[in-house]
Structure formats: structure tokens, C-alpha cells
Design a protein around this ligand. Structure first.
Ligand SMILES: *Cc1c(COP(=O)(O)O)cnc(C)c1O
Length: 369
């Protein structure tokens, strides 16, 4: 038996995820008919790599198994070795800290920009001026975009390699360039909740052939150890074709959410959508009250009785001890982000735009009353 949570509504709020796009069904059927579903390499894999490169104007694309392994592969591609330092924000995807540790390198934590979830350039410059920093991981998180112009400028002056984690921002434009193409290596994710999804999967956008070569050699174990499969590539192709259109729809809806949630002394701040055209994997809200309290209140009032996906942000690394990482300054921005971030999944940026306005008002009322 299949359960349809939308009761057959053709345009439900929140939107369906994954999208029930007939083009995806056709892609799966085509893979079945050609037999490519059972091959190591078929047409879709090659076509996807080519189209992803063209979409980003990227010299090289290296598809891989996930965004998580992608960050480690990127660091290995940049020849980061045991004992090197790698800078990242003290509030980031947990796997990024682990990727650095997996190589035996040492994480160096820097602060976030005030009121955003992106790395602070001043804190970053302090970090790279004060230790054997080899590379950095810069993430675009929760709908905010990092200041890549400034970060890349500082990094290049100090000979620091840049891994741009664009897992949440596939298809975004940052300061006039596609997200993921600013760094030496850009990392994309096609995980089950992400904007382009194959359930699992990822890709690296690589500028330099020698970086690509090191990445490929690391993963080559008689066979590729961290592959993207033919079937995954097949379902990604039709989604890539519609990505720009879906971004435009999500941006319209994110604007409505922002407008409603930030009306005169509402419970949240939503940073302005600036530095380019963001992508909304999750819409980040900066809550005035601690996020756990807000979630408890919503649960107690049964405000979340419809399946809108709202949750807390990352836990952050600011509490990790000096044995595991170096810390630059006090990281107050990271601390605040870890305790006061709420995230709304992009299904709430699909479906009718009136649904977004109603839902935003419902949230605000539940927290006021
Ligand atoms: C999801 C995510 C990843 C990891 O991607 P997976 O494909 O899920 O392994 C890495 N970084 C950020 C910022 C993410 O949001």
C-alpha cells in the first residue's frame, strides 16, 4: 500500500520530496531498457559529468560517492598531508572536521561573520597568518553565501588551497560566478535531502589537472573506490536541466518566508539574500530565543502538525578541545549559531506560494501566543 501524505493534492504544501517528475521515471526506464543500470559505465555517467562541467564552466568534474567523501578527496587532491593545518569555520557540517582529521591534518577553527553562517574574513586572515596552514574549507550554509572574493584573495596571498563546500548551494551564483568554482576544488552533494538528489552522490569541480590526477589516483584501487553510479547519474540529468527554474521558484518563496518571519519584532531574523543568487537547501533562521526552546514550544502547541520540516542547526565545533584543533579567538559567532539557528527544509519552498505565507504566519503566531 502506498500512503500519499498529500491526499492526492496535485500542488501540495509543503511540496513533495523527492520530486515526482515524470522525466526521472523516463530516465530510470531508459537505463533499464539500455541495460546501463547494470554497467560500471554507461551513457548517463559520461553525459552527467559533461553537463555538470558545462553548467559550471568548470575545467574538470570528478563525480564521487557523497559530499562527505568529496571534502576529503578535495583535501587529498590539494596534497594536504598529516601535520598540515586546515582552516574551517567553528560552525560547519560535522563531516568537514572529520575529513580533515581523516588525513591526519589539524583543524583550525575560525569565527563566522556577524549574523550569517559564513566564514569571517578577518578571523580567516588571522588563522592563515599564524600557523602552517595548507588549505581551508569554506562552506555556503543555510542560504547565505561566503565572501569568496575576499577569502580567495587572502588564501592566494598566503599560498593556502581553497576547498569550496557548495553542497548546500548547487546552482547558486556567488559574486558573479557559480558556487563551487571559486575554490581550487568545489564540492557538491547529491544526497537524499539536497537540491539535486540521487539519494546519495557528489561531485568535485576541479580547476587544475594535477589536483584532478591526485584525486583520481587516491580513489583508484583496481576499481574506483568512491564512485557515482550510472543510475544515480541517470536520475540527476533531468534535475540538472530544471535546476535554474526550481531555484527561481524557491527564491520567490524564500522571500515570502523572510518577509513574514521578520515583520516588526517577529521571533526570527533571516539574513538578507545578497552576494549573488543563493540556493536554499535549507532556509536558515536566526532565532531570538534558543532554538531548543522554540522547537519545544512549537511541539507543545502542536504547531508542527503538518509535515513541515523545521529543525535546529549544526552543533558546531567551538567546544572541541585543544588536543583536536587550534582555535582563533573566542568564536562567539559560532557559539551563537550553534544555539540559535533554525532550519526550514526546501520542501517548504515548494508548492503554492500562499502556503508559504500561511505557514510562516502560523509559526509566528504559535511563538507569540
Ligand atoms: C550535506 C552536506 C555535506 C555532505 O554531503 P553528503 O552527500 O550528504 O555526504 C557536506 N557539506 C555540507 C555543507 C552539507 O550540507
Amino acid at each position: 500500500m502506498t500512503i500519499d501524505p498529500t491526499n492526492g493534492d496535485p500542488d501540495p504544501f509543503p511540496g513533495r520530496w523527492p520530486p515526482n517528475d515524470p522525466a526521472i521515471r523516463d530516465a530510470l526506464l531508459a537505463a533499464w531498457e539500455s541495460g546501463d543500470w547494470g554497467r560500471y559505465e554507461g551513457r548517463a555517467g559520461a553525459e552527467f559529468a559533461r553537463k555538470l562541467a558545462a553548467f559550471h564552466h568548470a575545467p574538470h568534474v570528478h563525480p564521487c560517492a557523497s559530499g562527505t567523501i568529496g571534502v576529503e578527496l578535495a583535501l587529498r587532491g590539494l596534497a594536504v598531508r598529516a601535520g598540515d593545518e586546515v582552516v574551517l569555520a567553528g560552525y560547519d557540517f560535522p563531516g568537514n572536521f572529520r575529513a580533515i582529521e581523516a588525513i591526519g591534518a589539524r583543524p583550525v577553527l575560525v569565527d563566522l561573520e556577524p549574523d550569517r553562517w559564513t566564514i569571517d574574513a578577518e578571523s580567516f586572515e588571522k588563522a592563515v597568518s599564524s600557523g602552517p596552514v595548507r588549505a581551508c574549507v569554506v562552506s555556503h550554509l543555510h542560504g547565505t553565501l561566503a565572501d569568496m572574493t575576499t577569502i580567495c584573495h587572502i588564501a592566494s596571498r598566503h599560498g593556502v588551497g581553497v576547498v569550496e563546500d557548495a553542497c548546500q548551494a548547487v546552482g547558486a551564483t556567488v559574486q558573479g560566478k557559480p558556487a563551487g568554482t571559486w575554490g581550487d576544488v568545489g564540492v557538491l552533494s547529491f544526497g537524499g535531502s539536497k537540491l539535486l538528489t540521487a539519494g546519495r552522490g557528489g561531485a568535485l569541480l576541479i580547476r587544475d589537472a594535477s589536483v584532478l590526477q591526485r584525486t583520481v589516483i587516491f580513489g583508484e584501487r583496481g576499481n574506483q573506490a568512491f564512485p557515482l553510479s550510472e543510475l544515480q547519474a541517470a536520475v540527476l540529468l533531468p534535475q540538472l536541466a530544471r535546476l535554474a527554474e526550481r531555484h527561481a521558484d524557491r527564491l520567490d518563496r524564500a522571500r515570502v518566508w523572510r518577509e513574514r518571519l521578520t515583520m516588526e519584532d517577529g521571533p526570527f531574523d533571516v539574513p538578507p539574500f545578497e552576494r549573488g543568487s543563493p540556493a536554499f537547501y535549507k532556509l536558515g533562521l536566526r532565532s531570538r530565543a534558543p532554538a531548543v526552546e522554540v522547537l519545544e514550544k512549537l511541539a507543545a502547541r502542536r504547531a508542527i502538525d503538518r509535515p513541515i520540516d523545521i529543525g535546529a542547526g549544526f552543533r558546531g565545533f567551538h567546544r572541541r578541545g585543544a588536543a583536536r584543533c587550534r582555535r582563533v579567538g573566542g568564536l562567539p559567532g559560532c557559539e551563537r549559531a550553534a544555539s540559535h539557528t533554525l532550519l526550514i527544509h526546501h520542501t517548504a519552498l515548494a508548492g503554492p506560494i500562499t502556503g508559504c505565507a500561511d505557514e510562516a504566519d502560523r509559526l509566528t503566531h504559535a511563538l507569540r501566543g
